[in-house]
Unconditional design. Structure first.
Length: 302
């Protein structure tokens, strides 16, 4: 386990544009920042390019549904208050149990961009996790959070689409159509009063990077070694989007610790994780490598 003293000085101190990019490029094959962060309607017009992968790693086969959904959002860019920053200091707040009693709330609130994951609550946990949210990555089954209590009025709700039905669910929400409930491993919300201007769809490129370059992909068999967690996808996004990247609340209990709690806000254990498609030890190795090369820094411990 790596220990890391909290690098709080980076929050107010020096921020060098391109610092994360230069470090990431040294260890990630074909690292590039020449990609849009969120899908745009124009991506699907007047282009002969067809994505190599299906969702969540590409848009192949889901282009029509994505176009219909993007036509309802009208906003595809980065908000001005973030885009105007000459240097972006970001923190990716993980959902790990080590956030409990961390007292990191005030520290987290000082970052320029605060990225949260799935249904992780803020309300009633402010002392440990802060109360500001710039970007929340989610998918329909994890959209069970309070849009008002756990987010700010301008928080970007960024859909990580794992399947075409995820995009279709968002379309029914935005267009107030009959909700779909089949094809999900857990029933997603049927009432979700989000503002269309606050909605984005994550460019699957960052999921592909997490799966093929941070984890691994076998070109011969065309198989992924593992499906990345939302946390690793968020880190993949952040090391392309930000100039300083800190993480907090990452890391799972040892696999043999079946009864230890995984999250700071519920009683899920490693026994629950065993049923997922994620390879926790493999992701831990990836995060350790990013920490060792100082691409990212840790506010907690790993």
């Amino acid at each position: 386990m790596l220990s890391s003293s909290p690098p709080y000085e980076h929050i107010r101190g020096e921020c060098t544009p391109g610092d994360v990019a230069s470090k990431a490029a040294s260890i990630i094959p074909n690292y590039s920042r020449n990609h849009k962060f969120f899908l745009q309607l124009s991506d699907f017009f007047w282009t002969s390019y067809r994505s190599r992968f299906y969702l969540p790693y590409g848009t192949n086969g889901s282009e029509a549904m994505i176009m219909q959904t993007l036509a309802l959002t009208y906003h595809y860019d980065t908000p001005h208050e973030i885009d105007r920053l000459q240097c972006r200091r970001c923190v990716v707040v993980g959902n790990g149990y080590r956030m409990k009693n961390s007292s990191l709330g005030e520290v987290i609130n000082k970052y320029d961009v605060i990225i949260r994951l799935n249904n992780a609550p803020v309300h009633n946990y402010e002392k440990d996790v802060g109360n500001k949210t710039s970007i929340r990555l989610f998918y329909p089954e994890s959209a069970h959070f309070s849009l008002n209590l756990d987010n700010d009025p301008k928080t970007l709700m960024v859909l990580v689409a794992f399947k075409s039905n995820d995009v279709k669910w968002l379309k029914t929400i935005l267009n107030n159509e009959k909700r779909i409930t089949n094809g999900f491993w857990r029933k997603p919300p049927v009432i979700w009063n989000v503002k269309p201007e606050n909605v984005r769809i994550l460019n699957p490129y960052f999921v592909e990077v997490a799966a093929t370059r941070l984890l691994s992909y076998d070109n011969k068999t065309q198989k992924f070694s593992a499906k990345p967690t939302t946390g690793l996808m968020a880190i993949s996004f952040a090391i392309h989007f930000c100039d300083v990247v800190h993480i907090a609340g990452f890391g799972y209990p040892a696999p043999i610790s079946k009864t230890q709690y995984v999250h700071y806000y519920d009683k899920a254990t490693m026994k629950n994780m065993a049923r997922s498609e994620h390879k926790v030890p493999l992701e831990a190795m990836v995060i350790k490598k990013l920490l060792q090369h100082k691409v990212i820094h840790n506010l907690t411990y790993f």
